[in-house]
Design a protein around this ligand. Structure first.
Ligand code: FAD
Length: 655
């Protein structure tokens, strides 16, 4: 019989980044008693690191902008693989979500006439990113936290308790989504009943029971060696959803941001914001050439400047000139940098040069890019007002994610489960445009909170039950690293346990080298073999000591998630025999229209939610192809026919 502490809520939100907080606010405002649980400190999430801004067609900097243009840019950026209804909702609703933030206390930078200022970013036809210097995410999170505190103060007045309707559990990690035990089995039943979690400081286990769970856990970057992501982005939400029975969509699409720091080694991968290029920064190779002019792909030829002069004129007169190719979507720029370095025209530390020092006065650089100025000064002793930065691609964002219904953010196949933000798939297709994540978090965070609250309200009198058996199974799984020397798979084999840090390093190296920015069939097969080996070894990942703050134990638990997610990425990348957006195959270098309407869904091979314990060498993931819904005709009509011919499959064109 389980003695794990249990608490009852209507909605549990896993993750306190922009998506999670926006979902929690919405759920609470719609009357649901809501718990937010996050792995890091409250206020520390990827969202806080967002620099460049939030994309919304507010038309403040160019009156021609509107939701239709934003929708078009987003679809082009995603190479038409976007779940189009999500792209539509996002483009339509983003301006309202930005305004709403201001009504809650955010203060964006202003134009001279007092409107919210908007800056240029790659792939956006008009200046569209509302920003607060290069610290936009900080303002976003600060505002959402302030709103949460305001709601808690209201609750205190009414109920005498700040946390009666909205409570944050910080530094707590969820390891399983629980499901109502219709069958009484360890794997649970069909609908969500809550989450199993542990407190990272004390190691104490607890259960939050709820009919609705919103997953908003962000990305997967820590599966790769060079990444802009911080320690907590181990693909937990992706894995939790898979284990609960929900499919993941198009996991092959991982975004390698073109500009991460490359030197010194200790900071390799840290992001250099796209605002540097948006504000006029240029990329040069070791010969001093602005090489991006050589890398404009056919699909974008008409939209980008042919000469440096035209590109430079665009900053002053965008209506009569075309934008410079430094502002192509991220996948294009990352590939171009990779090619320059490979051709021997890289910078001394294996990147290329990004220069603002010759493009703007020093005081403007310090005002517009304060974080970048300090980042380079303090971490690399480089003064970006006087010299060029060295930059190269870094794993940044995952476009693939939990397959959701566009309007409701409901995860497919698991009643009561919702997903929003980076962990959800579909919105960005094969490549996300900069700035479109922050707006995605708010638009779909709100929708997830709204529908999760409605779902819970409809089940107020028939709350799903959490079974003791399921809780005990989750507890045993979490405790396994403490007994890794004991029986493995039922056999006493006497070998010493594996070190989780070693396993993590090998995993990161494998993903970086074999499933990275440029992919090849043979290498991905090798990666899958290595993942199988790591999976077997990870079952023996062992830690010493006890449950009180024990980072080795935390990592041992995170390994399950990273291995699952990495397998999804590798299997899907091997299957998709074309190059599109964030997925580049050297052996299939072009985009193939036949793949335009094909989604790849990853599901857990063991449908009971177990991890194929009897044969850990067998892959854990099954891959299924699915045809996408045809794009609605009025949305297709927003594009020229000539452009559609470049993207759509033959049969779609006829339809
Ligand atoms: P996050 O903000 O990543 O939050 C995830 C939350 O989940 C955290 O609270 C974490 O603790 C919690 N969590 C994770 N696992 C668990 C678990 N097992 N149990 C409990 N809690 C868990 N996008 C833009 O649009 N514009 C930008 O300018 C921009 N700049 C960026 C700069 C950097 C350096 C980075 C890394 C990203 C940037 N992005 C930007 C991308 C954007 O910031 C992220 O995609 C976005 O913030 C993700 O938000 P989220 O709410 O989905 O998740």
């Amino acid at each position: 019989m389980s003695v794990v502490d249990r608490q009852e809520w209507d909605v549990v939100v896993v993750g306190a980044g922009g998506a999670g907080l926006r979902a929690a606010i919405e759920a609470r405002e719609r009357g649901a008693r809501t718990a937010v649980i996050c792995k890091s400190l409250f206020g520390k999430a990827h969202t806080v690191m967002a620099e460049g801004g939030i994309a919304a067609a507010m038309a403040n900097a160019n009156e021609h902008d509107n939701w239709q243009v934003h929708f078009r840019d987003t679809m082009r950026g995603g190479k038409f693989l976007n779940q189009w209804r999500m792209a539509e909702l996002h483009a339509r609703e983003a301006p309202d979500r930005v305004w709403e933030l201001e009504t809650w206390g955010a203060l964006f930078d202003r134009t001279k006439d007092g409107r919210i200022s908007q800056r240029n970013f790659g792939g956006h036809e008009y200046p569209r990113l509302a920003h607060v210097g290069d610290r936009t995410g900080l303002e976003l999170i600060r505002t959402l936290q302030q709103k949460i505190v305001a709601l808690q103060q209201e609750d205190k007045k009414e109920t005498g308790d700040y946390e009666s309707r909205l409570k944050v559990y910080q530094e707590c990690t969820v390891t399983r989504i629980l499901k109502a035990s219709d069958s009484g089995s360890a794997a649970g039943g069909s609908r969500v009943s809550g989450v199993f979690a542990y407190d990272r400081e004390t190691g104490r286990f607890f259960v939050l029971e709820a009919p609705s769970v919103v997953v908003a856990t962000g990305g997967i970057g820590k599966s790769f060696k060079v990444t802009s992501n911080s320690w907590e982005y181990t693909g937990d939400g992706h894995a939790l959803a898979l284990l609960a029975g929900a499919p993941l969509l198009n996991m092959e699409f991982v975004q390698f941001h073109p500009t991460g720091m490359v030197w010194p080694p200790s900071v390799k991968g840290i992001l250099v914001t796209e605002s540097v290029r948006g504000d006029g920064g240029v990329l040069r190779n070791s010969e001093g050439k602005r090489f991006m002019f050589d890398y404009i792909p056919d699909v974008f030829k008409e939209k980008y400047a042919e000469s440096e002069e035209e590109g430079d004129r665009w900053y002053e007169d965008p209506d009569n000139n075309r934008r410079p190719p430094e502002l192509l979507p991220r996948d294009e720029v990352a590939r171009a940098i990779n090619s320059e370095v490979k051709a021997g025209r890289g910078s001394p530390h294996g990147g290329v040069f990004l220069d603002v020092s010759t493009r703007m006065p020093a005081e403007v650089i310090r005002r517009r890019l304060p974080s970048m100025y300090h980042q380079f000064k303090e971490l690399a002793d480089v003064d970006i007002t006087a010299e060029a930065m060295e930059v190269g691609p870094t794993c940044h964002y995952v476009m693939g994610g939990i397959a959701v219904e566009s309007d409701t953010a409901a995860a497919r196949g698991v009643p009561g489960l919702y997903a929003a933000g980076e962990v959800a798939g579909g919105m960005h297709g094969s490549n996300r445009l900069g700035g479109n994540s922050l707006s995605d978090l708010l638009v779909f965070g709100r929708r997830a909170g709204w529908h999760a609250a409605e779902y819970a309200a409809a089940r107020a009198f028939e709350r799903p039950e959490v079974s003791d058996l399921e809780v005990d199974t989750a507890a045993a799984e979490a405790l396994r690293p403490f007994s890794a020397e004991g029986p493995v798979g039922g056999e006493e084999d006497g070998r010493p346990p594996e070190n989780p840090y070693t396993l993590h390093q090998e995993l990161q190296q494998t993903m970086n080298d074999l499933v990275g920015i440029i992919r090849r069939e043979g290498e991905m097969e090798q990666a899958l073999e290595k993942l199988a080996e790591l999976r077997v070894r990870a079952r023996r990942a062992g830690v010493e000591g006890h449950r009180q703050f024990n980072p080795g134990w935390h990592l041992a638990l995170d390994l399950r998630n990273m291995l699952l997610v990495s397998e999804c990425v590798a299997r899907a990348a091997l299957e998709r025999t074309e190059s599109r957006g964030g997925h580049t195959r050297e052996d299939h270098p072009t985009m193939d229209r036949k793949w335009r309407n094909i989604n790849l869904l990853c599901r857990l091979a063991d449908p009971t939610g177990g991890l194929a314990a009897t044969d850990p060498e067998r892959g854990q993931i099954d891959l299924v192809r699915e045809t996408t819904d045809p794009v609605r005709p009025d949305l297709l009509a927003l594009f020229d026919k000539e452009e559609l011919v470049k993207y759509l499959a033959e049969e779609e064109l006829y339809q």
